[in-house]
Design a protein around this ligand. Sequence first.
Ligand SMILES: Nc1nc2c(ncn2[C@@H]2O[C@H](COP(=O)(O)OP(=O)(O)OP(=O)(O)O)[C@@H](O)[C@H]2O)c(=O)[nH]1
Ligand SMILES: [Mg+2]
Length: 158
Amino acid sequence: MYLEDRTVRLQLWDTAGQERFRSLIPSYIRDSSVAVIVYDVASRQSFLNTAKWIDEVRTERGSDVIIVLVGNKTDLVEKRQVSIEEAESKSRDLNVMFIETSAKAGFNIKPLFRKIAAALPGMETLSSAKQEDMVDVNLRSGNNNGSQSQEQSGGCAC
Ligand SMILES: Nc1nc2c(ncn2[C@@H]2O[C@H](COP(=O)(O)OP(=O)(O)OP(=O)(O)O)[C@@H](O)[C@H]2O)c(=O)[nH]1
Ligand SMILES: [Mg+2]
């Protein structure tokens, strides 16, 4: 995918959720920079289960991992059991990123992957590169004689 001036290649591994594949999951986690943990906004139980998965990722990788909690199936409006506020609050408490999606409606899928790509190690310069283009103008510094009247009249003191 393209992110500002860069091309980012993501390699995605989708682990099977069934209990019988459980023993395979730690090795996937160990080799990953990012863990995307998805629950169903229409299933409170799936939301509650995410704590266990977040623990599992932390056990394998400590703080050296980006975790994204994803509330999927936002299209099931009438069946929703987990509010965005509750999920955001949990994400803040657990220090993980959060986004809601609907794979069915194609809602927030690109933003999810953009969020992941932007959070990867080595991508910090993206936002700072933008800041480099900005010039910090302090109207109060420099020659005080003229700047005051320019400030008052809304003029530029630089
Ligand atoms: N309404 C709705 N249904 C969805 C959405 N995403 C997936 N589903 C349905 O939810 C069911 C489970 O989807 P899966 O992609 O198999 O879920 P999974 O978490 O990968 O399941 P495992 O691979 O067994 O761990 C399927 O019937 C999908 O069609 C969505 O955004 N909205
Ligand atoms: Mg699956």
